[in-house]
Write a new protein. Sequence first.
Length: 178
Amino acid sequence: MALKPTIYKFNISLSDLNRDHYETLNLTVARHPSETIERMIVRVLAYCINADEQLEFTKGVSAVDEPDLWLHTLDGQLGTWIDVGEPAVERIKKATRLTRDVKVYSFNSKSPIWWQQSKEKINKLNVSIFQLSCESVQALAALVQRTMSLSVTITDSSAFIATDRGEVDLTWRALLQV
């Protein structure tokens, strides 16, 4: 019998000072049985950083031909492809053939090694790569509950996240930005 995904519900008060974007998000996120809490919460954070009414979660790790998040334009064209983790160079190449706006949010302890091994090939592609602080992601994951309210304030290359259980100041850096 196949394991079912675990459902998480997030009520997020989002303040993105970089884009003057303010809204309340009610997100229902399915965490695949093979997905870590860290990866799932980075998907949620990537959603917040790129918040747009057209942005959607995909089937994620269940659908290998889809990114973790995508945005389709009003005419149905793929506008943005967002992956979380350390995807293969071939996957990133494929994404850049499908759309001009490709973003990768790398977050775990293997991220520096992945970047060292892949950067020469990735530097030639039209993609933005962001590396999140692994320690901050782990601290945020420790606060996650199945149903929770968060306040997310984004400014420059950081997000201040406040929950009932604690706070995390999560930073990232652009490894490659187009």
